[in-house]
Design a protein around this ligand. Sequence first.
Ligand code: SF4
Ligand code: SF4
Length: 197
Amino acid sequence: MNKIIYYNKENINKFYKRIWIYKVICALRKKIILNYCGKEYKSIKTCPKDIVEVLKCIEILNERNKKKRLELVYDYTCEYLDNEFLGKNLCGFKNDMCACNRHKPKDKRRSSCCESGRTKTICDKFDNKNKECTIKSISCKLFVCPYLRKKGVKLSVNNVPYSKHFLSLRQKAICYTSFFKDKDYVIDKFTKFYKMP
Ligand code: SF4
Ligand code: SF4
């Protein structure tokens, strides 16, 4: 059986306050369907921009398979962090060098934090041709260097709706301590500490 929840532009923000109720409803094997401004939405492809995050949360709520649910949380969190960093160019890349390193003396410069300051070698997970990481490491994506922190950039799992609402404290700690590890590794660790928060 489905549970239809009704929201409009004025009260859509209340969805997150009520998310614990929806978790209980889903635990009773019901599916949540969003009715927004008088219309039901199930797909993020056809919905208005302002409910994309809410619909992704509903997709996570409605997913009964524990592993698939954690994979959704992982993917959506990474996507959110990419949009923050790449979308806003927070690292200020110019000529393949980030702002933080451009401001350092020449002998201390690196291209980015994917390059070792000590050995000057680039991480083996980095694809130098396409200039991108070949794995999806949630810990690397969450990393904010002191230079950016001083500039006011703050990012934590609690800034991202999916990791904030769907990961337990231990799973959040795993997000901060799994540098250079891929999705399978992290999901495996998440599963061991699975507990619907
Ligand atoms: S987090 Fe800091 S060191 Fe890493 S790429 Fe961005 S600006 Fe550079
Ligand atoms: S694993 Fe981390 S350090 Fe290595 S390339 Fe990817 S983002 Fe950079």
